[in-house]
Design a protein around this ligand. Structure first.
Ligand code: DGL
Length: 267
């Protein structure tokens, strides 16, 4: 691999930046292409079949364009639905992002866990399997929120959401029968760690919020352990599949994650 070959970090929008942060800490020299499928955003309200067709095709185009060493699908919705299809279509290492139910089960004292994801993710059989395999002795309640995804995107554009909106979203989980016992919430959408301070402020009691981002960074670094990197960290690229003016609204937010160049997919 050429030292300038990048890691490709992919999400429907800016949520995957929460995953990128941990990767940059462990692999500071790695060239990064962060790809946001803004033309397809949001994934969380799409049908599974659409995502299963769209994601491998789009990643195929991005592989042709950037020739990455590895792809991180920094999106729970895409990973829980299309990970197998992507692995079957592409011949390079693929790291997925799936709800951190296992670490949440290890942490919960009340044995009651909440899973907060997109509407598409929380109904996936993949989540049923994670709950059965790793949290069989826990009550696992789920809530899908497309609004929380929008709040995270807005925060990256520098807009502040009302705390009452966060309270209402949490109530969708904690207000369910048995929700009063939840002491641990899995942030099962990569957008949500971006608004974790707001969720903590809105929570009616101390609740642990758990995501899988540190594990994804460790897995990525391990897979890349024998790779050579450029001497100095290059500028990261943010690629948007949708229109450039919309991408521009994220410029300042992206720069905080080391992504100073914006590209779009139009040729
Ligand atoms: N960030 C994505 C996830 O982890 C989904 C956001 C969306 O609805 O597009 O699930």
């Amino acid at each position: 691999m050429h030292p300038s070959a990048p890691l490709l970090v992919f999400d429907s929008g800016v949520g995957g930046l929460s995953v990128l942060e941990g990767i940059r800490t462990l692999l500071p020299q790695a060239p990064i292409v962060y790809a946001a499928d803004s033309a397809g955003f949001p994934y969380g309200t799409r049908k599974a079949a659409e995502i299963e067709a769209r994601v491998p095709a789009l990643l195929g185009r991005l592989v042709e364009r950037y020739d990455p060493r590895l792809i991180v699908i920094a999106c729970n919705t895409a990973s829980t639905i299309a990970l197998d299809a992507v692995r079957a279509a592409l011949d390079l290492p693929i790291v997925g992002t799936v709800p951190a139910i296992k670490p949440a089960a290890a942490l919960s004292r009340t044995r009651s866990i909440g899973v907060l994801g997109t509407p598409a993710t929380v109904v996936q059989p993949y989540v049923d399997r994670l709950a059965a395999d790793f949290a069989a002795d826990c009550t696992v309640l789920r809530h899908g929120s497309a609004e929380l995804v929008e709040l995270a995107e807005a925060k990256l554009r520098g807009e502040t959401g009302e705390l009452s909106a966060y309270r209402r979203i949490l109530e969708g989980l904690l207000g369910q029968a048995g929700g009063e016992a939840i002491d641990t919430i899995v942030l099962a959408c990569t957008h949500f760690p971006l608004v974790q301070p707001e969720l903590e402020a809105a929570a009616p009691r101390p609740i642990a919020f758990v995501d899988g981002n540190a594990g994804i960074a460790r897995r990525t670094a391990w897979l890349m352990r024998d790779e050579g990197w450029p001497e100095t960290a290059g500028e990261g690229i943010a690629l948007f599949t949708g229109p450039a003016p919309e991408a521009e609204t994220f410029r300042l937010g992206l720069a905080r994650f080391g992504l100073c160049r914006i590209e779009t997919l139009q040729r």
